[in-house]
Design a protein around this ligand. Sequence first.
Ligand code: SAM
Ligand code: SF4
Length: 339
Amino acid sequence: MQSSLIDSSGRQISYLRVSVTDRCDMRCVYCMAEDMQFLPRPDVLSFQELGRLCDIFIDRGVKRIRLTGGEPLVRRDIDQFISSLGERIGRGGEAGTLEELTLTTNGSLLATHAQALVDAGVCRINVSLDSLRPERFAAITRRGHFDRTIAGIHAAREAGLLVRINTVAMKGVNDDEFDDLIRWCGEIGADWCLIETMPMGETGEDRRDQYLPLHDVKRQLAKNWTLEPVFEKGAAGPARYMRIVETGQKVGFITPLSHNFCDACNRVRLACDGKLYTCLSSRGAVDLRAVLRAGGSDDDIRALIDEALARKPLRHDFLIPQDGGNVQGPSRLMSVTGG
Ligand code: SAM
Ligand code: SF4
């Protein structure tokens, strides 16, 4: 049994978020510039390299892996990779096995991949959907096809996957649709999660105007819906959930700029280029690809992971100016680190 992953603040790391590609078939306004330059392909870890790193993390106590990107489903042979990771899911939570393998997707290719996900042992996924209005959806995603994403979501539900819809809350863009999204999620039996915009990299858009504090949204929603707090045992993720009594589904609020989830943070992020980030806001990272490609042993990789954990910050350091100016974040994009 390998030693478990403990950071300098004594937090046990049991959740790994893996970006399998920075590429995407959409260009969401808050995420990427229209003329996004992707990494050269050789810079992205091969599935063999990703699999080796995931194995090392699982052996050291990671229980949940979420695959993300970019758009994870645009990567060729992704089904085989997910299937191989699925083999590490344990039935009874045995040491050295995964409890959960999940995925965050924009849904465009879900219709073709939903069954493969189920076959690999994936039980639930997050699908991003910022609008139920086709033209607005097209404007936000720049090149997404609304019908394809909706078809993907239905295919996922029909295949038996639990779905959580993720919506980035944008003032003046989609804040008139939240009641419709709650109703629609109720109809398809999906939970819903609202995300505050985060200052990750340059997208060519000024995100200051779109920032919508979720505590205001929650107050607004409470006028039309009965919201009851949900207490989730062991929940260490950034979302805080309420039950919507009228639909029976949950609504989550992700407020990354508050610190309310840092104390219990159990996660690290492996970017598609092999950098390991111990916090979404970290500017520094350790380079696991360099060790992998220099022929490093598993012990070398484990030592570098420990080095990163020793530097995991207690709290994120997004800079929030008091004068209402732009929030400062790292220069890399969410699609590289994996949102
Ligand atoms: N392509 C997939 C998708 O869209 O679901 C997975 C990757 S995407 C980077 C993961 C999540 O990050 C999505 O829900 C997306 O809306 C969110 N996201 C991306 N950039 C963001 C930003 N600057 N602020 C807040 N959320 C962001
Ligand atoms: Fe692509 Fe997801 Fe970023 Fe949109 S949010 S551009 S779908 S990676």
